[in-house]
Design a protein around this ligand. Sequence first.
Ligand code: SF4
Length: 348
Amino acid sequence: MKEIKYLKRSVKNLQPKFSHLYIENEAYGYSLSKTILRKFSNSSIIDIKHYKDVFNRSGQDFQTQKKSMNLILAKKTPPFLYPVTDMVQGHHMPGFFYTTPMLNCLYNCEYCFLQGMYPSGNIVLFVNQDDFQKAVKVKLNQNNLSKEVVTVSISYNTDLLAMENLFPITKNWIEFASKTRKLIIEIRTKSSNYGFIKSVVPSDNVVLSWTISPEVVSKSYEHLAPPLHQRISAIKSAMDKGWKVRLCFDPIMNIENWEKIYSEFFMHIFQTLNTKNLYDVTMGTFRMNKDYFNRINRRNPESDIYYSEYVNEKNTVALPKNIRSHIMEKLKQELSKYIVPKKILVWD
Ligand code: SF4
């Protein structure tokens, strides 16, 4: 078990300036490209053939690039939808997919798998959002799913709401989902940018899914993400307005005094939020795809997360089963004081 330490990192100047803006030849002409080129008219524009020529270059340093991110505008080609991995609660549900309107994130959580998944810390934005939505419609009409609800997580490899002031993608997807039968979209976020979508009418087809952690975890590991009280305030506003809200206590970190810290945290959260209006909660301990974990480890990261004892189970690096089951059991008991057990989805 780790003793947790605060790392002081500034959350100022979070708005990226994108000193360089790379654009695929095929991405010109889309209205989103035009909006962004206008918005970042001071950036140096570099024409490229394919986003992977820049994004997948060898010899890049993810963390150095995160300090001064550049933006790549690209046109996505199929596939647009991927089945969710077994790291996600409810992964066995039929019709559960994720999609990637954007790659990489404004925030820089130490436990984030993106730093092992992508060779670059720059952001890729796909400007043909309509093609993603057409692919969702095709999926909804596929024979095996035509009677099922299809769930699409749209902010899985990024945090779309965190960048809503720069690229209004979340709003666009909410409007699409609102008028699409049998579709549920899940929008994962750590952002407090609820204000950018507060004028939108809540839709039953949309789940706003907020990840929150105890203050000590947030301050130590969730760099650049808004502080807990700002996220709670955004969640409260969304719930009061009638949105379906999911709370993600994920990853639960195996820190010293985890039981006390998380129990007090849950008490604080459920004294502030009305659980009657809560869609559900998800919970799971830290885990990561083995290849991503090893890639991060090879870079000798500063984070203590990568120096703990883990096991490798079916290509997933995780806490040993007995430890994670014990943590989940205790914390599920704790959560059950506030929420009916059927609304608690656990990864174990
Ligand atoms: S908010 Fe999510 S996607 Fe962004 S860095 Fe943190 S864990 Fe990764």
